[in-house]
Design a protein. Structure first.
Lengths: 262, 787
């Protein structure tokens, strides 16, 4: 690890100004950033911890019924406190191990947008609104490929607003070593239709499987998507699974998610 | 009634108090006054010519004391290989030079280019980044068969090819074996790979070199399973330091699994640099470094053929194996695919004719050497897989086919040069069948099918050779060291004992089980016996711990030394009681004169030995301390039968282990709880190999699974509760304890059971599959099911 300065502001405004200096970087739970720094693959000059900002902590319900999760809320707190949205609470409860869940934050996970991470599937399938210190971004516009998001330099994810679906489920098939998602599928059924978001599978990062959404919006049952799978073009192929295998898993897991949600 | 002390009891492990309370003393816990830190700059290219190294900028960095490169080691010895194999044609193996720091070329990702010694570790790392290395990339040699093709790039320019040796065993048997195949009623053939593994002990390697300018003594603190072997290899072959000027200390060691047997360049570097700089030099491996610098295990590619007659008797066995050596020869690497593998190919069966061919190959990968089981898992896996395949091809029950071919009479001389002293293969199979509830399997399979899952049952046997020895035999086979073990038993005046052993404990529980043996021999409490190990300064020359040899060989040395103690103590007791030596009996910690009520306590005798006022000084010396070296007459041959039950999810290919049962014959058992633990851990590693672990290289020689993000270690939820049975006990006939060794059995015996079960499950689902390579990851299983 290289040397760096450390600040722990207590307001979003102070965090924004602290992040104004060159090569400053936000620190959430540090579960991704700190290992990267230890390997000397990242060298921020300053870390600005977001953990001391009380307005970015916790879970509440908005007037429109959306579940609002503060950007610095830990996975463990979402697992325990998002009872209003059981599919999301279960997703959080399945991330990493207890130590990771105690430290890691929703903002850090969504800002990082790891192609195998769980929250991106939950946020995209929910059509969540990602609130930053400057604007609100719809999930459909936010995820822009592996490790890439709509966030600008120094922009802070302060809150995520999840419209609560009628039914939902997240199916995660673990990569045997990392236990991140080899493929993960989040299915959310809203009055206006069904949304299906897939993580772990595509070289473009999390994506919506629109073909399945269309079929499921008419008939929310596994039968509606029997034998259906996305094409293997653009799927990740690595030590843990070929593109064809991942494409196959998307179909299997979507059916399981629908059955579990229905 | 179970005993509560002595041989056969299960006292809790006394060492666990410090291990579990964070008060152990591991090598990294040692801080030598004034120590500097070294960081190794390692190659990130698998094969390259070093055109130049510019140290100017780096040397000027803050805190840098000195940066060493290969040039600093010209004239210094290389890392030696401890075993020379002779090939089919009577020629010695090809043995490349193995410099402490790379000279001229780097040969694997991880090879050390330079070593930066600085005041702090971070300063050393900073400076390493400022070193300018001009590497000219060369084609990487990764695949073993391609490495042997004509015109293949050579890993070592001064060798004639990438072939280390072409070994035939037993060469004279080859024509008869070939003829038996011609005459066979049935031949079963199987091609498979034994996957490359990274040992991953919980504690990464650490080395601290220290030098005393006043005395000229060097000390190396290191994470080793055998400090005396390191002292001998490094002192005699690398640095030219005589043993009396070199002390090697291996304190608490957090797991070894084989990979801490070997003498590594980092150890030699730290010892060398400490003298050169007159500063202690410390190196602590990071986990990432361990993946590319600890010797790997396994990595065999094999074709095995089994010939059977019309009555399903095994008539001949023939194997053709490529064994990966990596880029250099690690300490015992050449012995693993040969003498620890070929000699085990008879397994538990009466196969009269066997021929084993092994081609050991250099590649641009991390050196490969012994890993828990070392050669024996590779032998067991292929044999037990081909027997299973033969049973399926012939439509006979796999257990019945095995039983039909079991060796039943002992001693039994195999056609592969070893003689099994004892065993009861039907006995362990009976115990296994009881545990595994075979009759209930069909109902369990139906229940799985009702849940949409395929269920499979797999069984296998194993035989292994432990307590590697005797020295004169292994010398003939190419070992460059003896394989005895030593013990010094020091009885103190007030009766307590300190036992100094050449065996090393790095998780095996010696500090608990060894005292059980000695306390029982004397009839005193175990708390009166303390075990000292791991420091060449206060233990007799010993060969360390590997090959499940500690109790069979090291324990036997302790028994011999204790027998000498008892013999002398009896003389003292006889003097004290004015009786004849021959009439003295030792029982429950007291000496008595046979047929009388005269007796003296153990403590009276030990006190007399050190306060010899009333003492036969004219006959015997004062004091009570004895040393014994024990060199066994033969290997020991533990054996067993293992069964695994799996479920396969046909939608995803995911395999789950539903049950695992192990029936072992370890001969006599000193501490059943510790033996259970050794078996559990071994099976965990075997399941890891079968389902999860895979050190995979790409075609450029980059390790794809170089961290826990991609290298899957077994976790608690990956393994079931094991059934373990040791009731079948045929004591070893040639060591005083009748023990056989249990450290590796689990890792040797479990992978074939897992794969046999997976194949059984898939076949029950209508898939015509005979084999899937390890690890049977979900994607591989799905691939196999879907063509
Ligand atoms: C052993 C292990 C297992 C894991 N398993 C899983 C798993 O199964 N599924 C899964 O989804 N994840 C998994 N993770 C990742 C984990 O969820 C991390 O918590 C997450 O990826 C990053 O969150 P963090 O709060 O730790 O962010 P940090 O590591 O602190 O930061 C990550 C990045 O986000 C930026 N950042 C942080 N917070 C904000 C913010 N509020 N606004 C803008 N930028 C911000 C940082 O600058 C940095 O670039 C695992 C991690 C580990 C170590």
């Amino acid at each position: 690890m290289y040397n760096f300065d450390f600040e722990k502001p207590s307001t979003i405004a102070d965090a924004v100004s602290a992040l104004g200096s060159e090569d400053a970087q936000a620190l959430g739970g540090g579960q991704t950033l700190l290992p990267t720094m230890k390997q000397r693959l990242a060298s921020p000059s300053k870390l600005v911890s977001l953990k001391g900002i009380s307005e970015m902590q916790g879970i509440c319900t908005a007037d429109d019924g959306a579940l609002c999760v503060g950007g610095s809320t830990s996975h463990a707190d979402v697992a325990a406190g998002a009872g209003a949205y059981p599919g999301l609470a279960a997703l959080a409860a399945g991330i990493g191990d207890p130590a990771v869940r105690a430290r890691g934050t929703i903002g850090g996970s969504l800002a990082n947008n790891d192609p195998s991470a769980c929250y991106p599937a939950g946020a995209l399938a929910s059509g969540a609104i990602l609130v930053t210190n400057t604007r609100e971004i719809a999930a459909d516009d936010y995820f822009q490929g592996m490790f890439t998001t709509a966030l600008d330099e120094g922009e802070i994810l302060t809150e995520v607003r999840f419209p609560v679906p009628e039914a939902s489920n997240y199916q995660k098939f673990e990569q045997p070593a990392s236990r991140f998602a080899l493929v993960g599928v989040f299915v959310a059924k809203y009055a206006g239709g069904v949304r299906v978001a897939v993580t772990g599978a595509s070289e473009e990062g999390v994506f919506r499987w629109t073909e399945a959404e269309a079929a499921l919006s008419g008939n929310f049952s596994a039968d509606a998507i029997a034998d259906m799978a996305p094409g293997e073009d653009g799927m990740i192929s690595d030590l843990h699974g070929t593109a064809a295998y991942r494409a196959h898993l998307v179909g299997v897991l979507t059916r399981r998610a629908v059955t579990a949600a229905a | 009634m179970p005993k509560d002390s002595g041989i056969g009891a299960s006292p809790k492990r006394r060492e666990d108090v410090r291990f579990l309370s964070g008060t152990g003393n591991y090598t990294d816990d040692i801080q030598v006054n004034g120590q500097a830190y070294v960081h190794f700059l390692r190659s990130d290219i698998a094969h390259a010519k070093i055109n130049g190294i510019n140290l100017d900028a780096a040397s000027a960095m803050p805190g840098v004391i000195k940066i060493f490169t290969g040039a600093d080691f010209e004239g210094v010895g290389g890392i030696p290989c401890g075993w020379q194999v002779t090939d089919r044609h009577g020629e010695p193996m090809q043995e490349p030079a193995h410099p402490v720091l790379a000279q001229g070329k780097v040969r694997y990702v991880g090879d050390q280019i330079a070593a930066v010694v600085a005041e702090t570790l971070e300063q050393a790392r900073d400076a390493a980044e400022a070193i300018e290395v001009d590497l000219e990339e060369l084609p990487a040699v990764v695949d073993m068969k391609a490495a042997l093709a004509d015109g293949a790039t050579k890993v070592h320019d001064d060798l004639t090819s990438n072939l280390c040796y072409d070994w035939g065993f037993v060469e004279e048997n080859k024509p008869a074996v070939d003829a038996a195949f011609e005459a066979a009623a049935h031949v079963t053939t199987l091609e498979l790979r034994n996957n490359r593994l990274v040992a991953n002990p919980m504690e990464p390697r650490v080395a601290i070199g220290d030098f005393n300018r006043a005395t000229g003594d060097s000390t190396l603190y290191t994470t080793s399973q055998n400090p005396h072997v390191i002292r001998l290899l490094m002192g005699a072959f690398v640095l030219g330091i005589p043993e009396h000027k070199l002390r090697v200390v291996a304190p608490d060691v957090g797991g070894g699994f084989g990979t801490k047997i070997f003498h590594y360049a980092e150890e030699a570097f730290c010892t060398f640099a400490a003298k050169a700089l007159n500063r202690a030099v410390k190196w602590t491996s990071t986990r990432s470094e361990a993946f590319i610098s600890d010797a790997h295990g396994r990595d065999h590619v094999t074709k095995i053929e089994l010939a059977l007659d019309a009555d399903n008797n095994f008539t001949a066995l023939r194997t053709d194996t490529y064994a990966n050596m990596g880029a250099y020869l690690s300490t015992f690497a050449p012995s693993v695919p040969t003498w620890l593998h070929g000699t085990l190919m008879a397994g538990n069966y009466r196969t009269p004719l066997i021929y084993v061919n092994v081609k050991a190959v250099f590649t641009n990968t991390v050196p490969v050497d012994a890993y828990r089981g070392a050669g024996r898992p590779e032998a067991t896996f292929q044999l037990e897989r081909v027997v299973d395949k033969a049973a399926r091809e012939l439509g006979v029950d796999p257990i019945a086919l095995r039983r039909q071919n079991f060796i039943t009479e002992f001693p039994y001389a195999t056609p592969v040069a070893v003689e099994y002293d004892t065993g009861d293969y039907h006995g362990t199979m009976d115990a296994l069948e009881n545990m595994a509830d075979l009759s209930g399997f069909e109902a369990r399979r139906k229940a799985s099918e009702a849940r949409g899952k395929l269920r499979g049952f797999g069984v296998n046997c194993y035989i292994e050779a432990c307590g590697i020895a005797p020295s004169n035999l292994v010398g003939q086979l190419g070992a460059r060291a003896g394989l005895y073990e030593s013990a010094t038993v020091r009885v103190n005046a007030t009766g307590g004992l300190v036992v100094m052993t050449g065996s090393h404990s790095h998780g095996q529980g010696h500090e608990t089980s060894f005292p059980q043996v000695i306390a029982e021999m004397i009839g005193i409490d175990e708390s009166m016996v303390e075990i000292v190990h791991g420091d060449t300064a206060n233990t007799p020359m010993g060969m360390g711990t590997y090959g499940s040899r500690s109790l069979a060989v090291g324990g036997s040395a302790m028994v011999r030394a204790t027998e000498k103690i008892i013999a002398k103590a009896k003389k003292i007791a006889a003097h004290l009681m004015e009786a004849a030596d021959a009439d003295i009996e030792l029982k429950d910690g007291a000496f008595s004169v046979a047929g009388t009520d005269k007796s003296v306590a153990w403590g009276d005798v030990t006190l007399a030995a050190y306060v010899p006022h009333n003492y036969p000084l004219e006959d015997i010396e004062p004091g009570l301390e004895e040393t014994a070296f024990y060199d066994p007459a033969n290997f020991t041959y533990p054996s067993g039968a293992y069964a695994c039950e799996v479920e396969v999810d046909p939608d995803t290919g995911k395999v789950t282990i539903e049950a695992f049962n192990a029936a072992d014959d370890f001969g006599n058992i000193v501490n059943p709880m510790i033996v259970d633990g050794q078996v559990h851990g071994g099976i965990g590693q075997g399941i890891g190999q079968a389902l999860l672990e895979n050190a995979a290289y790409d075609e450029n020689g980059q390790l794809l699974s170089a961290s826990y993000m991609d290298y899957a270690m077994p976790r608690a939820s990956d393994v079931p509760f094991y059934g373990v049975d040791h009731s079948s006990q045929t004591p070893c006939t040639h060591n005083p304890l009748g023990v056989k060794g249990c450290g590796e059995a689990g890792a040797i015996g479990s992978p074939p059971a897992v794969i046999n079960a997976v194949v059984d499950a898939l076949r029950s689902g209508g898939h015509d599959i005979h084999h899937i390579d390890m690890p049977v990851s979900p994607s591989r299983v799905w691939q196999a099911m879907n063509g």
